[in-house]
Design a protein around this ligand. Structure first.
Ligand code: NIG
Ligand code: FE
Length: 412
């Protein structure tokens, strides 16, 4: 299998050396080759350069990309794409005045999705979820993190992990599974949350580790969900089974979860709609990627992550969809890149860095994905005709994707 793409108007994210993260001011730089070619074999990037330096290469498929941009596929580092059913009725309840918190307190929200998932067969969950994944792949996403968290019992969480494993085996996208058992307090544990935390640390984590599907652990650290003490005990238990943290923090409250994540070498701290100076201080000099989820802010009408504050402090930033039935029922990364520019005040360069190389970093795969570098995986978006890559976020909610190459395979 070999594919040659010629006459590329702009080839984005070209790095001869292996860049794995972009921070601060550097986020405003995109490495662009104008009038370029790209050659891939099987699933690997072999060669690229300027058309003026091009010597004919024999390829099984040749694509003339005149007038088109080619860039690495989106790396969506935070999703809950595996779920059963939907929460359209809660959406309407919110329009009619109920808040996300009020709906959750009435037994809706995450608990609603957990009830439906527990009653749905593994096959059915798989079929519903892979359909969503196929849709986001067509919109240019090539790597996806998928969390559990709608199981909320040992058996149902393991069922979710098994579904994610099947998806990982069957899809061309790269999948990173994350264990998010501490997503909400299940009804039977309402009066004794510590008992559920104990079930996670003593039963679920060892069993999940035995399945050897996931190596990341997540906790929803918020008032009414899991506090800082719960967070630390779950992260410590996870660590002893080699789970690295990727956590939900600072969506509605600042509880100190950012510093706790950094202390436990979190790969990412996600949401951050609220952020104080101690959070910025904690992130400085760490290996932890802050991740903003503008689709969630858009859908819930909550504040947007103060992304400028992070980047202007010299920190990196990734953006992700948070695709889930309650707070962000869309996995369209083209919209996320547009929303990052409009609402987080990122430049197109910063937004594209945040959705490619930094997204890959937030999944632990930026050695393989997120840039055009010889030896990296062949996951690309070939856009519709456009003059400049800034049109991708400018035409918000528009689909800029004409063709995709995923794991070396061309999908029209
Ligand atoms: O990232 N906030 C926690 N988890 C999801 C929402 C889940 C849900 O409402 O089903 C989020 O926004
Ligand atoms: Fe989330």
């Amino acid at each position: 299998m070999s594919i040659l793409i010629t006459n590329i108007k702009q080839l984005l994210q070209v790095y001869d050396h292996n860049v794995t993260i972009v921070k601060g001011k550097d986020m405003n730089q995109l490495s662009v080759l104008e009038n370029a070619y790209l050659y891939i074999e099987h699933d690997t990037i072999i060669e690229y350069g300027k058309m003026e330096d091009y010597h004919p290469i024999e390829a099984e498929t040749t694509i003339d990309a005149t007038g088109r941009i080619v860039l690495p596929s989106w790396c969506d580092s935070h999703t809950h794409i595996v779920y059963a059913g939907d929460r359209t009725s809660e959406f309407v309840d919110r329009i009619n005045g109920l808040s996300y918190a009020e709906i959750a307190n009435l037994g809706g929200g995450i608990l609603n999705s957990a009830k439906v998932l527990q009653e749905t067969s593994e096959d059915d969950i798989y079929n519903q979820s892979i359909k969503r994944l196929d849709e986001v792949i067509k919109m240019g996403t090539g790597a996806v993190e998928i969390k559990t968290g709608y199981g909320l019992s040992v058996d149902a969480e393991l069922k979710m992990l098994k579904v994610i494993k099947r998806i990982k085996q069957d899809t061309l996208a790269f999948i990173t599974p994350t264990l998010l058992a501490a997503h909400a307090i299940p009804e039977p544990f309402r009066k004794d949350k510590k008992k559920y935390v104990k079930q996670i640390t003593e039963s679920l984590i060892p069993k999940a580790s035995e399945l050897n599907i996931s190596h990341f652990i997540d906790v929803f650290c918020e008032e009414g969900y899991f506090d800082i003490e719960d967070l630390e005990s779950i992260l410590k238990a996870g660590k002893s089974y080699n789970f690295r943290p990727k956590i939900h923090v600072n969506q509605f409250n600042v509880l100190g979860g950012v510093a706790m994540g950094v202390k436990h070498n979190a790969l990412s701290v996600d949401h951050l709609e609220l952020l104080d100076d101690s959070d910025i201080k904690a992130l400085k000099g760490s290996n932890t990627m802050p991740v903003a989820l503008p689709g969630c802010s858009f859908f819930l009408g909550i504040p947007y992550t103060p992304a400028r504050k992070l980047i202007d402090s010299g920190l990196p930033l990734a953006i992700a969809s948070d695709y889930n039935p309650g707070s962000a029922p869309s996995g369209n990364m083209n919209f996320i890149v547009g929303a990052a520019c409009v609402k987080l005040k990122l430049t197109p360069e910063e937004a594209i860095n945040a959705a490619t190389i930094n997204g890959a970093y937030a999944m632990g795969i930026s050695n393989m994905y997120g840039s055009v570098t010889r030896g990296k995986k062949a996951n690309f978006i070939i856009t519709k005709p456009m003059d400049h890559y800034s049109e991708i976020p400018y035409q918000f909610a528009h689909n800029p994707v004409e063709q995709i190459i995923i794991n070396g395979q061309l999908l029209e």
